[in-house]
Design a protein around this ligand. Sequence first.
Ligand SMILES: [Zn+2]
Length: 459
Amino acid sequence: MTSPLIAQNREPRLWIKNPLGVFTANGLDGSGGIVVSGGRITEVLGSGQQPAAPCDEVFDASEHVLTPGLVNTHHHFYQTLTRAWGPVASVELFPWLTSLYPVWARLTPRDLELATTAALAELLLSGCTTAADHHYLFPQGLDEAVDIQVQVVRRLGMRAMLSRGSMSLGEQDGGLPPQTTVQAAEVILADSERLIGRYHERGEGAVIQIALAPCSPFSVTRELMAASAELAVHHDVRLHTHLAETLDEEDFCKEMFGLRPLDYLESVGWLTGRTWLGHGIHFDDEEIARLGVAGTGVAHCPTSNMRLASGTARVIELEAAGVPVGLGVDGSASNDASNMILEARQALYLQRLRYGAAAVTCEQALGWATRGSAGVLGRSDIGQLAPGLQADLALFRLDELRFSGSHDPVAALLLCGADRADRVMVGGHWRVLDGQIPGLDLPGLIAEHSRSARNLVAG
Ligand SMILES: [Zn+2]
């Protein structure tokens, strides 16, 4: 028997109807909800509006706040194995790194699979649908680190920008990381090309994208930075690195290269719209203007920046200069959570400390976590609720004690500290239902991930 839907030769239509609150990230009125069909948003409905055609299914969202799927622009998934590690709980970036490098050097393929699953599951449960990762550790036996991550992303049904990170400047040559954690430039570049060829998707609705990501000025040679930029242009992929995170890094650049970090970045061909930078804190006025002209993006990581006492990014001034700005939770050894909706709250508060309460609204912070982050990753098909865009969205309930007595439902997400989505959709598929990821054994994951973390630190 042929179903009427197939007979009509069209995709089923779902109306997510009359949400309690909605943030579209573009000023559209979505108070009547949205219609999803064929993996995309086909209609955004204003107050009292009905879908243009009958819907096959209606989800009553009258107890939910609807947002675009959150987009995370900077992370190191493997670091979920070294969260809240005592020896580095109260230190700044350089000693934090030098204490952790030898631990991270022991990472195995199974460790990475568990860490990636834990990080992505936590992100997904916080309303995140697209995540960037920066993986730069390839100890012996972990040559296929990014391949492992691709499999986990697919298993969870999310989208990801996986960057092939690298370290090539070891202690012997004046760098920060131990020699055992660095790779030869030829190996790095060959693997980068392999990964682009094998996994990088282009165009609307891409699930997996690959970027090239030498780790930082103090762990990569100048030659590898320049060669990575050339390779990225050749294959038309994005470039990512840490920059202007700490004053220690600035001192290192002046001493090693005779340049401030941004001048160094420009000297190796990276000051372009293809690049997004993790942190981007210590820029002067003239440098902010140059970033804006180039269209180089910044992943603002407020929790990590507070945790390591690195400084406060000049987000409002960056945006005013035309710099794309998004949010990143950063690696879980410096956050130590992977929670995007809480990160938006941190951004709201940290930026208010810098600019005042009136200058930073809840909508702005949610905008950085969605549309802003999508722009940082070079994507215009996600990050907003608008007709034609991918059906990536999150629904939050406000029935926990922490929300009781709240009035503006969108403001309540950040001001009352929402930390968990009730439902999350990626490309038209529900990936979180009733606050759970169907098919994922969370207690089993926690048990094995915790065991792996203990073994990694024990050595
Ligand atoms: Zn980072």
